[in-house]
Write a protein that binds this ligand. Structure first.
Ligand SMILES: [Zn+2]
Ligand SMILES: [Zn+2]
Length: 273
């Protein structure tokens, strides 16, 4: 992208909702914004953005990660009422189920995997992650020298996804379940097995271990995301992270900053520039 005078630059991130009941994230620069997933109602998206003084007209597109309801629930209404285009790989688009397929094809922009495209001033790359949908992607988004990686549904961190996660200045990464709560909880055996599998969700212990092993000076902010309603709590997420870090002799002195994203409401705006 063309260099932009630093004084003019602005880069904000906010989670509108994060968890197994619905996901939607906002990233905006001084000119435009984008959304990542539309897994809450279009009304909620509109209301949350309005409360943050963000105009719907500023939103240039919504990036879709995969076809699960908690990522696309509001997509059909959002695209129909606002005309905001949805960006997604061909495989993800083909896998979107019937009712959501009412989305006008005019609103769909197919994107390649692992190839940069430009939108609203951002350079964006979709990368594959391991999850039990026909295709699931994370997004690596660059603006100036800032790098944001969003990986919210992944059973494990594979070799393809790891470099995108390591490169982030702001990382949004799944910390879905506490292992003990899941094992001792009331979910049927098949569901517990699915969640824990390599194509299910990332547990607190997995996210913490990866971060402890891979944390670098470039990482300024970690957002722990997509918490399970029934098998996790924000306190357990932080306890697991702190325990894992201290076991490995890692002391956090306020950096990177760590946020646990709210399941049903926006988590405060994070200013990257
Ligand atoms: Zn999900
Ligand atoms: Zn999913």
């Amino acid at each position: 992208m063309a260099p932009i005078a630093k004084a003019m630059m602005k880069l904000n991130f906010c989670s509108l909702s994060s968890g197994s009941s619905g996901n939607c994230y906002y990233l905006g620069n001084e000119f435009h914004g984008i959304l990542i997933d539309a897994g809450i109602s279009a009304t909620s998206i509109r209301r949350f953005l309005k409360n943050m003084d963000i105009s719907m007209q500023a939103i240039m597109g919504v990036l879709i990660t995969h076809n699960h309801t908690d990522h696309i629930k509001g997509l059909e209404v959002l695209t129909r009422k606002t005309g905001i285009p949805a960006f997604t790989t061909q495989k993800v688009w083909k896998s979107i189920p019937g009712p959501q397929k009412r989305i006008s094809s005019d609103c769909i922009r197919e994107i390649p995997l692992k190839e940069k495209f430009h939108l609203a001033g951002f350079d964006i790359e979709a990368f594959p992650v391991c999850h039990d949908a026909p295709e699931t992607v994370g997004y690596h988004i660059c603006y100036g020298d800032k790098k944001i990686t969003i990986a919210t549904d992944l059973g494990h961190i594979c070799q393809t996804a790891a470099p995108y996660i390591r490169a982030a200045n702001l990382l949004v990464i799944e910390s879905n379940y506490d292992e003990e709560m899941l094992v001792n909880g009331h979910y049927p055996h098949y569901l517990k097995t699915r969640i824990k599998s390599d194509h299910g969700h990332l547990g607190n212990h997995q996210a913490s271990a990866f971060l402890a092993e891979n944390i670098g000076d470039n990482l300024k902010h970690i957002c722990l995301a997509h918490l399970s309603k029934n098998n996790n709590t924000p306190e357990l997420v932080l306890q697991t992270l702190q325990r894992t870090f201290s076991e490995r002799g890692i002391i956090l002195n306020g950096q990177p900053k760590i946020s646990v994203l709210n399941r049903n409401m926006p988590t405060g705006m994070i200013r990257l520039i």
